[in-house]
Design a binder for this molecule. Structure first.
Ligand code: ZN
Length: 147
């Protein structure tokens, strides 16, 4: 188990050091801003949604290792997914980081963040990108805050 935990930490550190899909998406047709005042994490999320499918997704921002790694993992997992699949992943991810239980369906690499459930203050860091995703998909112009 501790080996597995170390492996998970490696994945999180790697995504924090080398975030995937980092940058602005000039042709984005969905965008939202998110902020977690508890930790100071902020992020901008850009998406291209075509026919109910996320064909491209990128993020920019500054935050702690957990928020950056979570946003990076989220963009990797969501690229190419339908909006229905994205919603299901959001629910599974949220359940996992709040209860520590893996969902009944496969959430892929997102499972490396299960340990976050042991640190309640970090749950908001891990879920910031997902709440921002919700706002972007609902075309909300209000910046999202985890408070
Ligand atoms: Zn944070």
């Amino acid at each position: 188990m501790s080996d597995l935990r170390e492996l998970y930490q490696e994945v999180i550190f790697d995504h924090n050091r080398h975030p995937r899909n980092f940058g602005k998406l000039v042709k984005a047709n969905r965008h939202a801003e998110g902020f977690n005042p508890l930790c100071g994490d902020s992020l901008d999320l850009y998406l291209i949604v075509d026919n109910d499918r996320i064909t491209d997704i990128k993020f920019e921002g500054q935050g702690c290792a957990i928020s950056t790694a979570s946003a990076s993992l989220m963009t990797e997992v969501l690229k190419g997914k339908t909006l229905t699949e994205a919603e299901q992943l959001f629910e599974g991810f949220h359940q996992m980081v709040t209860t520590g239980q893996q969902p009944s369906f496969d959430i892929g690499k997102l499972s490396v963040l299960a340990g976050v459930s042991e640190f309640p203050a970090r749950v908001k860091c891990a879920s910031l990108s997902w709440h921002t995703l919700h706002a972007a998909l609902n075309n909300s112009n209000q910046p999202v805050t985890t408070e």
